[in-house]
Ligand binder design. Structure first.
Ligand code: PRX
Length: 688
């Protein structure tokens, strides 16, 4: 049971770095993050420094919530684990199937089929299903552009636009099963394009608008996409990101793309390639709004979303239709406790999985009203988010720890200017939230009255897997708390044995769940090897974690060579490849270092080719080079030139040492396998 309980509003008893008080858990203190990760992962040392604050759900919230108590949560959880078929069938039967499934799950590890024999269409479930009742004229999307323009689309209007665009896709020879790249700003057309693809059975692959032409090209090649939907430009901090130009660059040497559909957003001058490029608005002139949703097999591919892995090439994570829909529908319903009158705002970009599941599919499947915002949180001033919440009376806010840390830095006065009393629930996602940021969010944004759901999940998981149930589960700042229904996570040691309370280990999931990835596109072997081979039959998350004495999960971070920058996964090897593609670079190693704002910063150790001068300008050039080849988000915060990189005798770069050096720590770990000791001293000196 929970040991100590805090009513919202009462002062905390323990805090990270509070003067004169014991320091709370290592996960609480970013500066200890890597040290403790090392302890947890390598030595299985018990951590006694634990965060003790506990916040019970406010009584009023629990009374009205779907899940009202820990007891009710536990009963439902037990049922979902003991009788998963019964549990998920009940959830699925709230949706429209044509026809219904025959079997809930077929599990031939590591391949799952959910709702076998069932057919459905996710766009029908998100749109048509709401048109026969009072939701017909309810706002589905309330959108605000960065320059301040606004649009609201009711369910009926959204349905109309989706049907028309689906007809545009058909008119352009895009058919069931074809892959379509979507490279758009955070505008309603992104959701319209996704839903239109889903309506006709085309498989969308959204590429985040911050990615560069090389990234688009890689994704086109891997997916074999035949069409691409983009815009002329996107607004970002008052400037215009030239999306169409990036697309032109990506397509320059020829690809599988036959058609590019361009939405006019920013009005910037662009080139339209005769025979390949068409305008969205012109195409609409040729179509009507009649487009029946195609019933698709439950396992029909819905989308591909590329994410970083430790071995370089981004992985095309494949999600399918039935299980994914049931997963996003249920998680949205229970975790955000969504009600018809709620205004829900997930601040992610649709280009990330969070946008797919909790801007588009989850909320719309529930008939909810979502807010969508195109631009930067500090444009034109650092109170843009709070203005939006006040303006639209947002009730539920779902954002990322990295954004919260930025708000803290920009100052409380920006928050204080606005009335945030409409908020009733807060959420976070993307990385561990440090307890002080949690406390700030709780107090300054939630007015000490809103529960916070710290939701743990991944691109691969499709839906939230570990999270508080806001009316039922007492929260502890920094912990994602307990598993969602049907999810069976465990923390295990190197041999796959579950470890005891507060001992660190690897986080695995021991049974399939409806929205799980089905494979890595075109690479079943990698899917099996990467996720299911280390502990056979169990899903390896790649995260380190511990469970405390109450069974609460504390996620420590990634254990592979993947960074988490501002809540987004970046593969170190991808950045290294980009660096090495520069003509002056011989070798590069990229490691994370703790970063107050972004969670992790990127530090690149670079060895130059013989005879090349190590200049400041070259450092800048290399940073830009990564920006051009991958995207702004991957730009190293620091480039350090090194004569040589520390390597094992077998030639492997010792990233652990580089991590310690990059974080300014003394190298303390085992160096016995290091090939050349003198390298270490030189590296430490390499900082200017
Ligand atoms: O390390 C975990 C971290 O983000 C990773 C997943 O990244 P991505 O696939 O890009 O998806 C991000 C949005 C779902 C995880 O392996 N992560 C995500 N949420 C949390 C988290 N770490 C701690 N606490 C969280 N709530």
């Amino acid at each position: 049971m929970i040991s100590r309980v805090h009513r919202p509003g009462t002062p905390p008893s323990l805090g990270c770095g509070e003067a004169g008080r014991p320091v709370a858990t290592a996960t609480a203190c970013p500066e200890n993050f890597f040290g403790i990760l090392g302890l947890l992962m390598h030595d299985n040392i018990e951590s006694h420094l634990v965060e003790k604050r506990v916040f019970k759900p406010p009584r009023d919230f629990s009374r009205k919530a779907r899940i009202k108590s820990l007891g009710q949560y536990r009963r439902m959880y037990r049922e979902s684990i003991r009788q998963p078929a019964k549990f998920w069938a009940r959830e699925a039967s709230e949706l429209v199937w044509r026809p219904r499934w025959k079997k809930v799950l077929e599990w031939k590890a590591p391949f799952a089929k959910w709702f076998v024999g069932g057919k459905l269409n996710i766009s029908e479930n998100c749109l048509d299903r709401h048109l026969s009742g009072p939701r017909r004229n309810k706002a589905a999307i309330i959108w605000e552009g960065e320059p301040g323009d606004r649009r609201t689309l009711t369910y009926q209007q959204l349905h109309h636009e989706v049907c028309r665009f689906a007809n545009v896709l058909k008119r352009n020879n895009i058919r069931n099963g074809d892959r379509v790249i979507i490279y758009l700003p955070n505008i309603p057309e992104a959701a319209i394009a996704m839903l239109a693809c889903a309506r006709i059975g085309a498989v969308h692959s959204v590429v985040f608008g911050g990615f560069s032409s090389d990234s688009i090209r890689d994704r086109i090649i891997d997916s074999g996409a035949i069409a691409l939907v983009t815009a002329d430009g996107a607004y970002r901090r008052g400037g215009i990101v030239p999306l169409k130009r990036n697309v032109d660059d990506a397509l320059r040497d020829g690809t599988s793309i036959k058609r590019v559909i361009v939405f006019r957003r920013a009005g910037n001058d662009i080139h339209m390639e005769e025979g390949r490029d068409v305008w969205w608005h012109r195409e609409l002139e040729y179509v009507d709004a009649n487009c029946r949703a195609t019933p698709l097999d439950s396992e029909h591919p819905l989308y591909l979303l590329y994410t970083s892995g430790s071995t370089g090439k981004p992985k095309g994570i494949l999600h399918t239709t039935g299980g994914y829909l049931v997963g996003v529908y249920s998680t949205m319903k229970y975790i955000f406790d969504i009600r018809d009158e709620d205004i829900f705002w997930c601040t992610a970009d649709v280009g990330w999985v969070t946008g797919h599941s909790y801007i588009v599919y989850g909320p719309l499947a529930n008939g909810a009203t979502v807010v969508m915002y195109e631009g930067a949180p500090n444009w034109p001033e650092p109170d843009r988010f709070w203005k939006i919440i006040e303006e639209y009376r947002v009730n539920i806010l779902y954002t990322a720890p990295t954004a919260i840390r930025a708000f803290i830095r920009w100052g409380d006065e920006w928050v204080a200017k606005h009335d945030l009393s409409s908020l009733r629930l807060l959420g976070t996602v993307g990385e561990p939230i440090n307890p002080e940021a949690w406390m700030w969010y709780h107090k300054n944004i939630g007015g000490s009255r809103c529960p916070i759901v710290d939701t743990w999940w991944q691109t691969e998981t499709g839906t939230i897997l570990i999270t508080p149930s806001p009316g039922a589960i007492p929260t502890k700042p920094g912990s994602a708390t307990l598993p969602f229904f049907g999810v069976d996570p465990a923390v295990v040691d190197e041999n796959g044995r579950e470890v005891g309370p507060n001992i660190g280990g690897k986080l695995i999931i021991r049974r399939p769940w409806p929205a799980m990835l089905r494979t890595i596109y075109g690479d079943k072997a990698r899917y099996r090897q990467q996720y299911w081979s280390e502990f056979k039959g169990n899903y390896l998350t790649g995260d380190g974690a511990r469970r405390d004495e109450d069974g609460y999960f504390w996620i420590v971070g990634r254990i592979d060579d993947v960074l988490n920058v501002a809540g987004h996964r970046l593969g170190t090897s991808e950045i290294e490849s980009a660096l090495v593609s520069h003509p002056r670079v011989a070798e590069a190693a990229v490691v994370p270092r703790p970063d107050e704002l972004k969670g992790q910063g990127v530090v690149a150790f670079v060895t130059l080719k013989t005879g090349v001068n190590a200049t400041r300008d070259l450092k800048e050039e290399l940073r830009d080079h990564v920006g051009v080849h991958i995207g702004r988000i991957a730009k190293p915060d620091e480039v350090r030139f090194a004569e040589a990189l520390p390597k094992t005798r077998s030639g492997k770069i010792m990233r652990r040492l580089l991590k310690e050096i990059a974080s300014g720590a003394k190298v303390t770990g085992d160096t016995t396998t290091l090939e050349d000791f003198s390298v270490l001293g030189k590296l430490a000196e390499s900082e200017e």
